[in-house]
Design a protein around this ligand. Structure first.
Ligand code: ATP
Length: 297
């Protein structure tokens, strides 16, 4: 079972917002969609869900076009955090609405999760705090029993505890590989430890599709103090400078080989230590136009 987005494009007011967007998404995957503010993340979701009619392209689940067979949209869950109908309803009323679209909506689990997170059925959605709304959105997403769940900036402005709760629930949910998540964020740190794959939206297009496990297999982040102040060729050629503080260099080498290791050790560094690689390091290393050493001149 796979959801396939193919060549999706949308113009608004004569301006291209998303263009040639293609990717596959399988249950069991947590995909991060990263892009700066205004990059088009929400527009991509709205276009996938047919809230915006696509100019070109298709979204299919097992070959069935979601835009042509609306009933198939029950396979995908998305709450538009900007425009939705939830505001005027009380939490106890929401299952009635969602059941119309998602016939496998799990009312029992919905009620149990409200209790778990101390949310009251009588509360009106619009009177909830931002964090509580984010939790309700996630609870609806999980209890809809849709296979593909889109979460648009689910951590935006949330405190650490709510963030942890959401991340834990997402990770628990994919254990059986029956559901997949597509989670947008403009902050890479939010996706660290959560996504195994990251799509980067840049200048209207998906500019990268990273499998983080693969990237991590080949990449290393090192903290180094060299004898010599001169940056050696092996670093200039193969590494990206993440940080420099005094004589301590922190670099990422995206393609670490035995040969690079040999050359580094041959320099007899005063310190050579491996550091944990974050998502942000990988992006900086992969996206920087230069290697970072220019700033040292
Ligand atoms: N209905 C609309 N009418 C006019 N412009 C729109 C509309 N929807 C989106 N846009 C424009 O499309 C661009 C992308 O917006 P979008 O909300 O998709 O970005 P985003 O990546 O989700 O941003 P953020 O991280 O800030 O939420 C913006 O320049 C926005 O102004």
């Amino acid at each position: 079972m796979t959801l396939q987005v193919k060549q999706l494009a949308k113009e608004i007011d004569g301006r291209t917002i998303i263009d040639q967007i293609s990717f596959d998404w399988a249950p069991g995957e947590i995909i991060g969609l990263v892009g700066r503010n205004g990059a088009g993340k929400t527009t991509l979701f709205r276009t996938m869900m047919n809230h915006y009619v696509a100019d070109t392209g298709t979204v299919t689940v097992d070959g069935v076009d979601l835009h042509k067979v609306p009933a198939q949209q029950r396979q995908v869950f998305f709450i538009d955090t900007q425009y939705n109908f939830l505001d005027n309803y009380r939490l106890r009323q929401l299952p009635d609405m969602y059941e119309l679209v998602y016939p496998n909506f799990d009312r029992e689990r919905y009620a149990a999760l409200l209790v778990k997170f101390e949310l009251k059925e009588a509360d009106q959605y619009r009177r909830l705090s931002k964090g509580m709304r984010a939790l309700v959105n996630l609870i609806l997403a999980l209890t809809s029993n849709a296979t593909y769940i889109i979460l648009d900036e689910p951590f935006d402005g949330l405190d650490v505890i709510v963030r942890e709760n959401i991340a834990t629930m997402v990770i628990d949910e994919i254990a059986e590989e029956k559901k997949g998540f597509l989670i947008s964020s403009h902050d890479l740190n939010e996706l660290d430890g959560l996504s195994d794959r990251v799509l980067l939206l840049k200048e209207n297009r998906l500019s990268q599709d990273y499998n983080l496990e693969e990237v991590r297999e080949h990449a290393k982040k090192l903290q180094l103090v060299l004898k010599d102040r001169e940056i050696p060729a092996v670093l200039k050629e193969h590494s990206h400078l993440i940080r420099v503080s005094g004589r301590v260099l922190v670099v990422v080498i995206t393609d670490y080989t035995d040969e690079i290791d040999r050359q580094l050790r041959a320099l007899e560094p005063v310190l050579l230590e491996e550091l944990p690689l974050t998502l942000e390091d990988l992006f900086r290393a992969n996206l920087a136009h230069d290697t970072g050493y220019q700033m040292m001149k």
